[in-house]
Design a protein around this ligand. Structure first.
Ligand SMILES: [Zn+2]
Length: 211
């Protein structure tokens, strides 16, 4: 597990030859929040071990947020719900699709809704990668959990999500600019290197390149 910022951790579930694939863990005074759950059994084990190393257990998890419906982000949800008893939430267009895919109840979040965890977690709907793809803005941390909204490569450069993974790549690319309404320094992405410091400038450049 990598500590990205104080009380914000990133767990990389990738195995040899994979894209990186992450779960983020927020250790808040309101409880632990997980964002995305990975797809393999080993990802569940990884999360369990990391909770333990934080001095926490499964039952300390009070909320599971999901960025979008794709299998590598949602397959473990039934097991995670069983272990934690925590509610699962996603953007309102995506919630029914995730429910249909994995059979757990998923609460609906609205664009710009602010969740009362960790100093405020704001939902940002960025459609295109999928119907209800969402980013989560962590106000207190000035950090953005971007999920698959932006892809990275091992060298740290940023790209729109590849067409083969997108519902509508044109929309996915265009709507990245929604992120520029927020003040952020850090950005956590599923497939690629997390950016600590200077993230907004990089996203500005990305938007500029794809005008
Ligand atoms: Zn995806």
């Amino acid at each position: 597990m990598v500590k990205v910022l104080e009380n914000l951790y990133s767990i990389d579930h990738s195995e040899a030859g994979d894209h990186s694939l992450e779960t983020w863990v927020l250790n808040c005074k309101e409880g632990v929040v997980l964002v995305d759950g990975g797809m393999r059994e080993t990802a569940v084990e990884n999360i369990g071990e990391e909770l333990k190393s934080m001095g926490k257990g499964w039952r300390d998890v009070k909320l599971i947020l999901v960025t979008h419906k794709h299998g590598d982000h949602v397959k473990n949800l039934p097991r995670l719900v069983e272990l934690t008893g925590a509610p699962v939430k996603a953007e309102e267009h995506e919630a029914p699709l995730i429910e249909a895919a994995v059979g757990v109840k998923v609460g609906k979040l609205k664009h710009k809704q602010v969740l009362d965890f960790c100093g405020g977690v704001e939902v940002i709907h960025v459609p295109g990668h999928s119907e209800g793809n969402a980013c989560y803005y962590l106000r207190k941390y000035k950090a953005l959990i971007a999920g698959d909204t932006i892809f990275g490569d091992p060298q740290g450069s940023l790209n729109p999500p590849p067409e083969r993974y997108c519902l509508d790549v044109g929309q996915a690319t265009r709507e990245i600019r929604r992120l520029l309404d927020y003040e952020f320094d850090h950005m956590l992405i599923t497939h690629g290197k997390d950016i600590v410091g200077g993230a907004k400038e990089k996203v500005e450049r990305l938007v500029e390149e794809h005008r």
